[in-house]
Design a protein around this ligand. Sequence first.
Ligand SMILES: [Zn+2]
Length: 556
Amino acid sequence: MRNVLSKITLLLFVLVQSSCYLTPFVKYGLNNEGFKKFSKKEKLAGNNDNPQRAYKINRYDWAVELIPNKERISGEMKITFTPSIRKDTFMFDLQKRMKIESFTSSVSGAKLKHKGDFLFLSFPTDQDFTSRISLTISYRGKPVKTLGEGPIQWKKDKKGRHWISSITEGIGPHFMMPCNILLGNEADTTSINVTVPSDLTVTANGQLIEVTKDDNKKTFKHLVTNPINIYNISFNAGNFTKIEKPYLDINGIERNIECFVMDYNKEIASEYYNQAPLIMKEFEQIFGAFPWWNDGCRFVESTFSAMEHQSCIAMGDDYEKNWKDTINTTLVHELAHEWWGNSVTGKDYCDIWIHEGIATYSEALFLERHLGVEDYSKRIQRMLFSTSNTIPIHKVCGVIYNSWTNAPDQDIYDKGALMMHSLRILVNDDRLFLNALKQIQIDFQEKNVSSEEMVVKLNELLLDDYSPMLNWYLYETKPPQLEIKLDRIKSKLHYRWEKEIPLMKQQELLMAMNGDKIVLNPSTEFQSMDIVPGQKLDFLIERGIYYELKILEILE
Ligand SMILES: [Zn+2]
């Protein structure tokens, strides 16, 4: 009894202690109706127009020591930035449990205040918008965990050795380092120096510059020479062995795709990563040259399932090929992010469908090129089962909220992909459509773009105004509705579009009945067709736009 009571007391204590970190879960995870209210903190954190955020990050120089036995870190971050307006106070982010030990600035008389999860750097006078300013912060702490997971996952590998991975998308990079968490403010250059006990190897984004040894510790220095999304800055530490997959890139240059895997997984991983050059080849054909050859292309075995960490993609340790035993579609998805999400990046977190929707659609494009059109159709058809159509895929702009537990918010993946598929159907010219995707990679390379800018660009490249259709999928909750009346007594199916579909040149939809594919040509007027009693009806979208069935009536 005492044992039970002490466990309950402990549970209550843990819940109370971590309650503020559970807020996003309670607020968003248990709420299936979308987001109605945002807190003052969420608005302050995500406000792109906040004058205290009016600066450009030029460079991050991050040095962090990992202390695995205590699950603590000790770090130093140098932020170099240039104000874009004359101002005396600038705001950054650092989660409140991280304790600042000291700070220096290139501007004399600077003061730094750590208030909640924000940092306020103030100067005696307004700073000129041409001046480069540096802020160096020494800090330490134990990164906070929510529901057992934090920005740094401290795990043990199968041999009981330390295995540590960072992942901050959703949680927030400021849970492990001082930074600016806004999506639209990427550093041009980032150095990442990670110090670990000397039995561990570290890999991080960018090229490994040097490894230094001091007592029982090693420091691995990496340099990223391209703009990088703040949530992509990451590291992995473990007992890795390196596998290299030679690859001739689209310009005929010999490259190596590197794979950092657990030493005991070398054999299985070596076979598994044979798919990486194949996927890279198809994507370079579809979207153009891989954007980060100068920083490298690397996969690393991580403590979690997968994440598109730029030039150092995290993959889990299951080594399964889920598509016809030859391809892992998660690997395809994560590599696609190097073009969609990492090179072409949303301006605000509300534009994140550009990352997830197009990366998910890229899975289908890869399968189509690599295996054929039937595999494209199969992948598209599977997407239909996971859309919830509860909130629009264009999210609320100017706020930062943690929605990683919210199911309706996941429509950015499959519904975003279905929107791209629908656009292709409307354009009805594969060459024009695929050339547009390739051109966007050139025009928006290493840029932050809003949803509005993306729609304008698509219209320009696709030579027509597709805004009514794109805006329908982006800003409305429900996709086009196909209204159905099923008359089982007379064995008839009546169908029509609820509203006219803008720019729909070909009206064909496919339906499968009794193993046969039947073509429907719906309009806003009801049409009828005979059905076979007892047969299953499947509505297919391989030749049609994404829509939902709205059953008006069933007579039986
Ligand atoms: Zn993704």
